[in-house]
Design a binder for this molecule. Sequence first.
Ligand code: M6R
Length: 597
Amino acid sequence: MCGIFGIVTDKEQPLGPILIEAGRWLSYRGYDTVGCATLKNDGSIDLRKDAGKIDQVSERLRFGEMSGSRGILQLRWATFGSPSQVNAQPHLDSDGDMVGAHNGNVVNNLELRQQFITEGMTVRSTNDGETCVHAVERYVDRGASLLDAIRNAYHDLEGDYAFVIGRSGEQELYAIKKGSGLVVGIGEGFTCASSDLPSILPLTRRVVRVQDGQIVVLRSDGITLHRVEDGLPVVPRVETITETMESAKKGGFPHFMLKEIHEQPGVAGELLHLLEGSPDVDRMIERIASARLLYLVGCGTSYHACMLGAIYLARLAGRPAFPILAPQFSAQYGPAVSPEDVGIFVSQSGETKDVINAIHVAQDRGMGVLGLVNVIGSALTQVSEVYLPLVCGYEISVPATKTFLNQVVAFLYLALRMGKHSTKSLVETLPRLIQHTLEITAPQVQALEELLADHDDLYCLGYGLTYPIALEGALKLKEITYAHCEGMLSTEFKHGPLSAVDEGYPVLFVAGPQDVPLIVSGINEVTCRGGRAIVVGPEDSRLRINAHHLITLPAVDGETSALLSVLPLQLLSYHLSLARGYDPDFPRNLSKTLTVD
Ligand code: M6R
């Protein structure tokens, strides 16, 4: 996830060390290029940037020597344009007298770039951060003040982003927020703005949290806030931050896992915006549609997304697909794979050795390789003919949460598009539904904490669309509570495991709206033997009457309900991990990226 930082000071001074330090604080978000610009009092702009990590790039390009009265730093996590020097941010306008950088995604980037080229502007990269700068330049060239130019550009730039921009010969920087985070710091003789709090706290604890649709003008002696719609000033609400740096990095949450769970409405919205404007979606659909056989390949949580993806593709697009665990791909399908087949390889890290091994088998047999991946620049992005980025930013906690959700969202979106269904309602409603589900299920889950915390053995059952979710819920519980939790198709339970049930034995069920009668049978097989049935599902009198506990989800269609049902299971795992005295972010014996066989 990109990060921006801008600072305005009361005199020309060495700004390089301040910008490098801010970059180090932002680096936990994940990035692949880094750049700094300083604006000097003589009107010149010093811009240095390249691909690589902040310590190496800043040493090679001597960021430490950069000086000025205003400075901008950007860490870029590539989505539009490869992670290269030319695509690194900040970017200049055509004449080189404005400089700016953004974080987030401008989803109509391609369209706008084309317009800027036609209008005669000098467009140097394919990156959407440059598009933000030209979007402002367009109105400055027509005679608008910088504030008004930014206000107009805001309406042209679609997507979720924040950006900071400055012009030579002036004393201010301007920053704007639409969907992405933006925090302002106010200190003695300087003000600054950043994507998030940790990079500001070493400088000052007086901050203003900018809201969507607001522009902030940064001056060395203070800030003014303006509404985008009419430019009128807004009174800033200045807060004094007391939290520690560590908790600021966690966004105020006690653990990265909880922070990442709560980032899900935002990352799902960002992904859907990106997919709506992405030509890679069409390329991917074309490849899938013309393939003889389609394999969906991943490990662990990513494999569960493949399973749900296969159901979405079959139900919504009539396209059968084979979900397969990556290390089993060669043994099960290797000899039968042909060059007319295509595989979608799904991985948060893009580096999992089991997945890379499966790709080698696929490539040896001439099969097409597509990717769904979070880490841009990873091995999977390099070998894929086409890949879709999951745009989750850095997922620090070992248990995958937001990346699973966006893998599933990407599959759902692809299936809808392939099946020629409208994506409008998904794009418009899903982020709010995710938010709402987190809000309504959090207290319901916490009420179960005491009941389940001491159990070392349980089952999690689902059927149809919720079967992969049951497997994912069970994996999450195992991973961070160290209890044994087996995920299973609910109808298989009576074929053996039912014998484990005795007085008080807990069984979790995940029910989709279309499968309530079947789940009710499963519940009764458990409860009549003394077991305790805990259900995640829609508000339904049949579930309410038959189960001991019902965690209710919003009333939505089966495909969306399956996706939402993972949220309370993530929360439940998190709370049970804490109740059992473990650190959910870093479970024993596990690593975030498994680059071994
Ligand atoms: O990076 P990947 O998605 O390829 O990782 C695959 C699994 O190792 C991963 O999903 C693992 O199961 C998670 N830690 C579970 O939360």
